[in-house]
Design a protein around this ligand. Structure first.
Ligand SMILES: [Zn+2]
Length: 156
């Protein structure tokens, strides 16, 4: 009997299965490469479907390898499909914006604390103004991060 292995959880399903127990909907063309060129358009299209379903690229590589493809060749192919989807570009700025917002909040809070202390400790208030610069920097960082993050959400 023909079978296909789920690239998400590794369960072996009947070749006719539309959906795996783990919930993954199989691509119309399986990654079963027997009788197909291993880098055919059909196999690439199947990889794309699995990526869009959130299957980790490494799992797809392992699945291809289990079909008899050289693992390095499989990794190259998956990488090529990912590059054509622009996935590499989508992921990194997202976390950068979040990190920037977080850093901005930290600097902002630091600035507030330091300015508050300086205000309390300085009778006439001369030096505490300097620390308010930290608050401004923190706010700017946060706004840039927020702007990038929102923009990313809208463009997604
Ligand atoms: Zn599965």
């Amino acid at each position: 009997m023909d079978t296909k292995r789920c690239p998400n959880c590794g369960l072996v399903n009947a070749a006719s299965a539309m959906r795996c127990d783990c919930g993954l909907v199989f691509a119309s063309h399986s990654l079963n490469v027997a009788g197909n060129d291993w880098d055919s358009d059909e196999v690439q299209a199947a990889i794309r479907v699995y990526v869009q379903n959130g299957v980790p690229p490494e799992n797809i590589v392992q699945n291809l390898a289990s079909e008899g493809i050289n693992e390095n060749a499989a990794r190259q192919l998956v990488r090529r499909v990912l590059a054509s989807m622009g996935t590499g570009r989508q992921v990194s700025p997202y976390s950068n914006h979040s990190q920037r917002m977080f850093a901005g909040v930290l600097v902002l809070l630091g600035g507030i604390v330091v300015t508050g202390l300086a205000y309390l400790l300085t009778p006439r208030g001369g030096t505490f103004i300097i620390f308010s610069g930290l608050i401004a920097i923190g706010m700017i960082q946060f706004c840039i991060g927020l702007f990038g993050w929102v923009l990313n959400k809208i463009l997604k």
